[in-house]
Design a protein around this ligand. Structure first.
Ligand SMILES: C[S@@+](CC[C@H](N)C(=O)[O-])C[C@H]1O[C@@H](n2cnc3c(N)ncnc32)[C@H](O)[C@@H]1O
Length: 319
């Protein structure tokens, strides 16, 4: 079975905990640690996982990570290394957006990710909002307070995105917004994803940005590693529900008033990105990673300078 840790509370997302474990474990590899720094992942994982200390102590260095976690082979290696490049790519774009004047960052399905926790103190003029289901959100908030303290400009909102429209939990305000949906839309029913995409363009505003991931439909149907990941997710009650054919992406975005500004997938990875961030480590990074995970940075299709910032989001209540 693919490595999937148990949370202290069974209602907490196990996939979120798995990603947190990988963020902690990648710090054991010098090249990965240089490409992506997440000092809160390990303390968060230790507290959030049942026997969290035990796993961290059994993996004091990279050879131990390979023995204990990657021994299973393909899925774990692919999932673990993909955490490094995907989180680095998202962080670079988030920082750039903030430097370009984005004033609100909304992280959908944030799980145990620490991007907002790390960026909020560095960008005190911006506000940060994380949205996740109640069970995961409560544990995240409590443990984040313990390991990092909660910055004043970071709020945690509890909402089930499969049911609750974004507009019901996030109110409009002035200022361009960055929405981040990293590995969360995949777990929502397609009709909920359609509803969310219907709200994204008006909510980010003319100058706002959207970062999201999706899993490739053809890859999930044909690549054995992708199918094994999907089967493992289904077995723990977090099935992949939404997927998209990359060939249809442009039209899909256009239908929602958006266009892609940057993309990252396997082809781009092999061509340049892993080398650029210094993690093309032979024997660790799979030679031809499955072409399953796609990352997109999008913005309004027709940003109109005259409407400047346009509507964007603030949260309707702090929890
Ligand atoms: C694979 S984890 C990703 C976590 C985080 N985005 C990351 O990449 O580290 C999926 C996240 O989506 C959240 N999620 C799944 N279904 C959700 C829903 N219906 N409403 C809100 N959040 C949801 C889970 O609670 C979990 O935190």
């Amino acid at each position: 079975m693919h490595f999937l840790p148990d949370p202290i509370d069974p209602a907490v997302s196990r996939t979120a905990l798995m990603v947190c474990a990988y963020c902690a474990l990648t710090a054991r590899h010098p090249a990965f640690a240089k490409a992506f720094r997440d000092p809160f992942a390990e303390p968060l994982y230790r507290l959030a996982a049942r026997e969290g200390d035990a796993l961290m102590e059994r993996t004091p260095d990279w050879p131990a990570v390979e023995r204990v976690v990657l021994a299973e082979g393909g899925v774990a290696a692919t999932a673990l290394t993909s955490v490094v490049w995907r989180k680095r790519w998202i962080e670079d774009h988030a920082r750039r957006a903030l430097e370009d004047g984005i004033r609100r960052v909304v992280v959908l399905g944030g799980g145990l990710d620490t991007l907002a926790l790390r960026l909020a103190p560095a960008f005190p003029a911006a506000s940060f909002i994380e949205v996740d289901r109640t069970e995961t959100q409560r544990v995240k908030r409590r443990l984040a307070a313990q390991v990092a303290g909660i910055p004043d400009n970071l709020a945690f909102v509890e909402a089930d995105l499969a049911i609750t429209p974004l507009e019901a939990v996030l109110s409009e305000s002035s200022g361009p917004t960055l929405l981040i949906a990293e590995f969360v839309l995949e777990y929502l029913p397609p009709e909920a994803v359609a509803r969310l995409f219907g709200s994204f363009r008006p909510l980010i505003g003319a100058q706002g940005r959207l970062i999201f991931t999706f899993m490739s439909k053809p890859s999930l149907e044909t690549e054995p590693l992708a199918r094994r990941y999907a089967e493992a997710a289904e077995a723990i009650g977090e099935p992949i529900r939404w997927r998209l054919d990359p060939a249809l992406l442009s039209g899909f975005l256009r239908d929602h008033g958006l266009r892609a500004r940057d993309r990252l997938n396997t082809r781009v990875l092999i061509d340049s990105y892993l080398d650029r961030i210094g993690i093309n480590v032979p024997g660790v990074v799979p030679e031809r990673p499955v072409d399953t995970l796609h990352m997109v940075l999008a913005s309004a299709n027709h940003p109109s300078p005259s409407r400047s910032a346009g509507p964007s989001l603030s949260h309707k209540g702090r929890r």
